[in-house]
Design a protein around this ligand. Structure first.
Ligand code: NOJ
Length: 503
């Protein structure tokens, strides 16, 4: 399949490229950047939601699934962009948010209008709330005063959860998928798709020992997989090479893997690896080992619009470590997902004042913290979970007007980092698709593994390391020095080496 060796590139549209100078990225902006994306070597683009939305959660609160938000352009702009992407052999996958709609979606407005409305049952209404907590903090239930019932929202209160028990909802969503398939998109990224169904007895969630809520009855409910299978089957029947990637709100590999079984998604985001808080090589190696046993191809990424950038979080601003992570991600058997700006080592953006914070989750956190600390401390702590960090506006020219959000600081080593990413992507193209990973070893902070005919040595340590091979190999990337018989290599501190079997 086309996606097995592809390098994906996530575009967080509002912060990517602004074609008309209004401070918001837009679809024309992406189209203008196609030559740049081609130069980088990426082969598929993932566009975050661009549908009409009140943007409480920056587009993940959709008020019309089959249109383009005027802030980003028009459907004509989208078609033009798609055509040009395809002309340039770039595939395009779009983000679909089917767990919830905006409370401004006409479906919700109808549903909320009366208990007898035909769409009442399209959402989840109750007289009494459960103790379920929203993933953005606070109760997941909101009292709606017209009918005096609570509706369920697993995220912000402006994002009401659809009721997937209702066959009409399934049908309506299938029609949305058909609409975009018809326009020619190449795949879908399914937002928090494991949240789709909830316990039909509405049991309260238990608490962990730490006091934190255990999400037992509001995610991964029995029966969810058959709903998903049905949906995937329908779209694959229409376009067999359509690519489907699931976002599962979990960093546990066994849970994530449940969603890539036969007939389910082609792959799912491996948060077990991608969202690690710091560079813990033991954890990284363990997760990596488990991922090679996973059926199908896992995903490899260290950045997204939901987390601090890996330049700050993992590499701690060290370009050598950053390069090692790039090798690991790109020269591997999984599907790599880059996030805009990563290829130039973009830095976290940190708002200096609460009025500059845009992320709904960070705003909620700030409000909660104010009850126990002063504003300055609350901002510092809210910034620790602030998703704005990776959403800073990318700068493409010297001009630096403030957009809808502040700018992502540029990395002074950006050009060199880009050159490395380009080289690695080319290497992946010429040597891949990779089949089998073997020999994963972590010794003295040096991670090494084999993919097919390639031997990869990533020395994260402070000492030069010596590696011995059974088969002689020649250097194809990196700074390791191969011995004269070709059967061992010495790799300097914080450096890498990729060798290829001779013959
Ligand atoms: C996951 C998305 O990546 C995130 O940005 C969003 O806030 C939630 N899903 C809710 O849709």
């Amino acid at each position: 399949m086309w996606w097995e060796n592809a390098v994906f590139y996530e575009i967080y549209i509002a912060s990517f490229a602004d074609s008309n100078g209004d401070g918001f990225g837009d679809i024309e902006g992406i189209r203008e950047k196609i030559p740049y994306l081609k130069e980088c070597g990426v082969e598929a683009l993932w566009l975050t939601p661009f549908y009409p939305s009140p943007r409480v959660d920056n587009g993940y609160d959709v008020s019309d699934y089959c249109a383009v938000d005027s802030q980003y352009g028009t459907i004509e702009h989208f078609k033009l962009f798609l055509e040009e992407a395809h002309r340039n052999q770039l595939k395009v996958i779009i983000d679909v948010v089917f767990n919830h709609t905006s409370t401004e979606h006409p479906w919700f407005i109808e549903s909320a209008s009366s208990k007898n409305n035909p769409k009442r049952d399209w959402y989840i209404w109750r007289d009494q709330p459960t103790n379920w907590e929203s993933f953005f903090g606070g109760s997941a239930w909101q009292l709606e005063t017209v009918t005096n019932q609570y509706y369920y929202h697993s995220f912000a209160k402006e994002q009401a959860d659809l009721n997937w028990q209702n066959p009409e909802v399934k049908q309506a969503i299938f029609e949305v998928l058909l609409f975009w398939l018809d326009l020619g998109v190449d795949g879908f990224r399914f937002d928090v798709i494991n949240n789709l169904t909830v316990d039909n007895q509405f049991r309260d969630n238990p608490n962990e020992e730490t006091g934190e809520q255990q999400h037992l009855y509001d995610v991964n409910q029995p029966g969810i997989q058959s709903v998903l299978k049905e949906m995937i089957q329908q779209i694959k029947e229409i376009k067999s090479d359509i690519f489907t990637v699931a976002e599962i709100s979990s960093d546990s590999l066994p849970i994530i893997s449940e969603y890539t079984r036969d007939g389910l998604f082609d792959t799912a985001f491996n948060f077990n690896l991608g969202s690690i808080e710091q560079l813990d090589l033991k954890k990284l190696t363990n997760e990596f080992k488990k991922m090679t046993e996973q059926k199908g191809r896992p995903t490899f990424f260290f950045n997204s619009h939901d987390m601090s950038r890996s330049w700050n979080r993992l590499a701690k601003e060290d370009s050598q470590v950053y390069q090692l992570l790039a090798v690991f991600m790109l020269i591997n058997r999984g599907i790599p997902f880059l996030f805009q700006g990563e290829e130039q080592g973009a830095l976290d953006y940190l708002p200096q004042s609460i009025k500059d914070v845009r992320d709904v989750q960070a705003k909620n956190k700030y409000q909660q913290l104010l009850s126990s600390m002063d504003e300055e401390q609350a901002l510092i702590q809210a910034n620790q979970v602030n998703r704005d960090r990776s959403r800073g506006m990318l700068t493409w020219s010297a001009k630096s007007d403030m957009g809808w959000i502040g700018q992502s600081p540029k990395n002074p080593e950006g050009e060199q980092i880009l050159a490395v990413y380009q080289q690695l992507i080319q290497l992946r193209k010429s040597e891949g698709p990779f089949g089998t990973v073997t020999g994963i070893t972590l010794e003295n902070e040096c991670l090494s593994y084999r993919v097919d005919k390639l031997q990869i040595v990533l020395n994260f340590g402070q000492q030069t390391t010596e590696q011995i091979f059974e088969d002689a190999a020649q250097t194809i990337f990196g700074t390791g020095r191969v011995s004269s018989n070709g059967q061992s290599v010495s790799v300097p501190p914080k450096s890498c080496w990729i060798g290829k079997d001779n013959g």
